[in-house]
Every structure is written in structure tokens, then in C-alpha cells.
Design a protein around this ligand. Structure first.
Ligand SMILES: [Zn+2]
Length: 95
């Protein structure tokens, strides 16, 4: 399976995008955006990704022991919502 190594600007049509080495942002799927955020794909988009992490604290719980419930990423006019597990947050809780 060939994988892109970078995400390019939204409507990029460069040679690398045509041959599939890079992926234009407009055509990247959620898994590829997650890989970009994890640092496995280069961010060649020219855009800043803003990451919002949501935690829910149950009664008696503190932030160090809490797991994120949702992660949202924004770049340009697009928003993606991820299961935190996809971005490397683990299910283990610190005590
Ligand atoms: Zn390109």
C-alpha cells in the first residue's frame, strides 16, 4: 500500500500529489489528518492546525487522572473531530 508522506495545500496539483507521494488537504481523509497531527505526515499545507482537547471531569476526578473525550482540529475553514485514541492518547489512566 502506498502512503503519502506529506499533506500539501488544499487544491495542490504538484507532481508529488499527482503520483500520490503527497496528498492535497482537500482530499486527505481523517486518518491522514490524524497522522499529520501525530507527526507521521509532514504538514506542507501552509496552514496552522489548532488543536482543541476536551476533558470531562467526573466528581472527585482531577485533570491528571482524566482522559480526553474528544479532540478537534481546525485548519483554514475546515474542522475535524477525532477519537483521542487515534491521536495517541492511551486508555490507561494515571492514578
Ligand atoms: Zn502537491
Amino acid at each position: 500500500m502506498s502512503r503519502p508522506t506529506a499533506i500539501d495545500p488544499p487544491d495542490c496539483g504538484c507532481t508529488e500529489c499527482i503520483i500520490g507521494e503527497y496528498k492535497p488537504l482537500a482530499y486527505a481523509d481523517d486518518g491522514q489528518i490524524a497522522a499529520l497531527i501525530r507527526g507521521e505526515l509532514r504538514n506542507n499545507t501552509g496552514l496552522t492546525f489548532t488543536i482543541h482537547v476536551t476533558y470531562e471531569l467526573e466528581p472527585g476526578q482531577s485533570l491528571p487522572a482524566a482522559m480526553p473525550t474528544e479532540v478537534t482540529a481546525r485548519a483554514g475553514d475546515r474542522t475535524w473531530t477525532f477519537d483521542p485514541y487515534l491521536l495517541g492518547f492511551r486508555a490507561e489512566r494515571r492514578s
